[in-house]
Design a protein around this ligand. Sequence first.
Ligand code: SOE
Length: 385
Amino acid sequence: MIRTAIVGTGFMGRVHLEAVRRLEFVEAAAVVGRNAEAARRLGAGFSIPTIAADYSDVLRDPKIDAVHICTPNAQHFPMAKSALAAGKHVICEKPLATAVEEGEELVALARRQGVRNCVCHNLRYYPMVQQMRRMREDGDLGEILIVQGTYFQDWLLYDTDWNWRVDAKAGGPSRCMADIGSHWFDMAEHVTGLHVTSLCADLHTFHPTRKQPKHSVETFSNQLGGPEDYVETAVDTEDFGAVIFRMGEQARGSVTASQVSAGRKNRLSIEICGARASVAWNQERPDELWVGHRDSGNQILVKDPSLLKPAARSYADLPGGHSEGYDDTFKQVFRRFYASIRTPDEVPEYPQFADGLRQLNIVNAALESGRTRGWADVPTMVSES
Ligand code: SOE
């Protein structure tokens, strides 16, 4: 058994814990939360043997092999750094850090320590996203010309909606682009095999102030209180971003991300137009993939492992007609991560810290472009050149 600790007791901590419990050779051995009561509630519900308020307790414990960092973004860097220094394998929620320099330090440290490292761009692992990727790899789409899409949510639509992500001190200088735009760009790069080289972004904060509750609220909780429950607080993270970009040699694209789009709960949509065919997919109908043709009828492929490209089949565990969704993508990432600990000589197949750093560079370029109202280059990382 590999023994792991889940750090963080909010929305993502629970999602990670549940996904770990679905793995065959991994034991969820500890839950860590600064709020001792929240940690106890989460850990006790799953009969987790160790419940700790102090993160360094699990780092000192030689029986813990790996940690999942599911805390607010600003804590990712110091926590991942200490875990790497302690020789633990690390899965970190996205964004990997809140600044490019921090991401660079983590990538270098993970390499020096020789431990496995993963950043949780789990959305790559919907079966139909892997089908798109394998279609592109097999040449079914031809040369990629255009990549476009949206990532829309509505859980921060009202000025009474609040979450730690709104606060730059806890979430970092970018909210919408770092929180959900990074998932979209990770998927676009993963599926096309191309890298964004430059972009032009328009970022906007529709609510320059929000009503911050006097007590903490859970992500997606939609809790509304009365005026006595709030403090009017200035907000400097963006609700919205529209980005046009260039990818690879000549592909062009655009994406719009928003957390204030009524009715869109968690709608990542992506459309990729190649010289031979197009594909389109949307996270709210994850088992369906639209394939567009110029000279024959368009198709809707429905998830069924026996009908997927052979290389995409291992991402679908259930037969056709049995939907696989958000929770299952975590299982797919974690399964590959933990398998890679047992096979140290193999090149791992999941998003690593270097992929997290790519997204930090893209978000940073979007912030720069938004500030200057001009195009910004996305630096090529040393390992890519
Ligand atoms: C909130 O916007 C959030 O939980 C993101 O932080 C996740 O990464 C995304 O998968 C769902 O929405």
